[in-house]
Design a protein around this ligand. Structure first.
Ligand SMILES: [Zn+2]
Length: 356
C-alpha cells in the first residue's frame, strides 16, 4: 500500500515550478495545455497533469505524482496500455488530476528533469520531409536524436525506446516538437534556449491589427485576439500555406484537419454560420483572405494560443526558405481526432476543403 506522496521541497522543486511556468508562458514554446515537464524524486516522478496549463505551474498545483518504477517497468517491458497511465497517478497531488498520456516518455528518459515543448522553431524544421537532414545542418556538434512521427502516447514512447532515443539529451519529434532531458530544470531550460538559438532568428513582426470585417454577430465567429493569427490571412504567402494545418498534432486537435479560407463578400456571414454549425473542432479557425482570422465563439480554450503558434511555425518555415512539408495522412488525422477514417472523410467533405 503506497501512502500519500509528499510534495517535494527545496531549490530544485522551486526551480522546476518556476521553469515550468516560464516555459508555459512563452507561446513560442507552449500553446495552451500543450507541452509537459517532469521531475524525478526518488521513487516518484512529478509530472504536469493532463489538461492543466504549464503557465499556471508557479501559482496553481498542476503537478501530480506517478509511481516511477511501475511506469518505467511497464515501458521497458513493452506492454503498457494507454488506459493504464492515469491509474499510476499516486495520492498526494491535486484532487481529480491525472498524469498525461505523455508521461511514459518522461519515465523512459534518464534525466531527472524532462521537458517537452511544442517549440515553434523546432516544429518549423520538424514538419519538413527532409527535416532530419535539415536539422543536422543546423545542429553541428549537438548530440540529438531524430524521432520520426508517431502518434503521441504509448506508441511514441515505444518507438523512442526501440530507437535508443533515451541515450540523447535532445530529441526532435517529427511533425510534433522537442524533448530535452537534463539533471536540473535550469539545465533543461538551457538546452531548449540553445535549440531555439540554433533554429531561430528574426522573423517578420505581425503585420496589423484586425481590419474591419462585416458584421459577425450571429455567425458564431469573432475576430482572433492574437495579431499573429491575422497575418495568416493578410500575407499571400502565409495564406497559401495555412489551409492545410495537418502538420502537428495540436493543430489538428484544435482546428480539425484543415482551416477554411473564405473570400470576403456579402455572403460571408451566411457561409460562416454554416461553418460554425459543424461539430468542433471543425472550422474552429477560419481565415478571410486579405482581412483576418476568425475564431469560433465556442472553440476550445487555448485555440487563440494554438493559432498564434501556428502562425509562428509557418512564418519560421518561410523564413527558413520553405521546402517540402510532410503532412499527416488522412489516417493520421483520424487517429489524432479519435475518429474512424470514414468519419474523417465525411468531415472533410462537409468542411468544404478547397472552399474559397
Ligand atoms: Zn506534444
Amino acid at each position: 500500500m503506497i501512502g500519500v506522496v509528499a510534495v517535494p521541497e527545496g531549490p530544485i522543486w522551486d526551480d522546476f515550478l518556476t521553469v515550468s511556468a516560464r516555459i508555459g508562458g512563452d507561446v513560442g514554446l507552449v500553446q495552451g495545455a500543450g507541452g509537459n515537464t517532469s521531475l524525478k524524486d526518488g521513487a516518484t516522478m512529478w509530472i504536469k497533469a493532463s489538461g492543466t496549463w504549464l503557465a499556471d505551474a508557479a501559482t496553481e498545483p498542476v503537478m501530480v505524482p506517478v509511481d516511477l518504477a511501475a511506469l518505467r517497468g511497464r515501458v521497458l517491458s513493452g506492454d503498457l496500455m494507454e488506459s493504464e497511465i492515469a491509474a499510476m497517478t499516486l495520492p498526494g497531488g491535486p484532487a481529480g488530476l491525472r498524469a498525461s498520456v505523455e508521461a511514459p516518455f518522461h519515465a523512459l528518459l534518464p534525466g531527472r528533469c524532462v521537458i517537452h515543448v511544442h517549440c515553434v522553431d523546432t516544429i518549423a524544421m520538424a514538419i519538413l520531409a527532409d527535416g532530419q537532414a535539415r536539422l543536422a545542418q543546423r545542429l553541428p556538434g549537438v548530440a540529438w536524436h531524430w524521432q520520426p512521427y508517431v502518434k503521441p502516447g504509448v506508441r511514441l514512447t515505444m518507438a523512442m525506446r526501440a530507437a535508443g532515443a533515451d541515450r540523447a539529451a535532445i530529441i526532435v519529434l517529427g511533425n510534433h516538437g522537442l524533448i530535452v532531458s537534463a539533471d536540473t530544470p535550469l539545465e533543461a531550460e538551457e538546452l531548449i534556449a540553445d535549440m531555439r538559438h540554433r533554429l531561430g532568428g528574426d522573423i517578420a513582426p505581425s503585420q496589423a491589427a484586425m481590419p474591419a470585417l462585416p458584421a459577425l454577430e450571429g455567425t458564431g465567429y469573432a475576430p482572433a485576439q492574437v495579431p499573429d493569427g491575422h497575418d495568416l490571412a493578410l500575407s499571400q504567402a502565409l495564406c497559401a500555406l495555412a489551409g492545410n494545418c495537418a502538420i502537428a498534432p495540436d493543430f489538428v486537435v484544435f482546428f480539425g484537419p484543415s482551416v477554411p479560407i473564405l473570400q470576403p463578400g456579402p455572403d460571408l456571414p451566411a457561409r460562416l454560420s454554416a461553418l460554425s454549425a459543424q461539430p468542433l473542432p471543425l472550422n474552429a479557425v477560419v481565415l478571410v483572405e486579405g482581412q483576418g482570422a476568425l475564431i469560433r465563439t465556442d472553440a476550445m480554450r487555448g485555440t487563440e494560443a494554438l493559432l498564434a503558434g501556428y502562425a509562428q511555425v509557418l512564418k519560421r518555415y518561410l523564413s527558413n526558405g520553405g521546402g517540402e512539408i510532410r503532412y499527416f495522412s488522412p489516417a493520421e488525422c483520424a487517429e489524432l481526432l479519435n475518429w474512424e477514417a470514414e468519419k474523417y472523410r465525411q468531415a472533410q467533405n462537409r468542411s468544404g476543403q478547397g472552399d474559397a
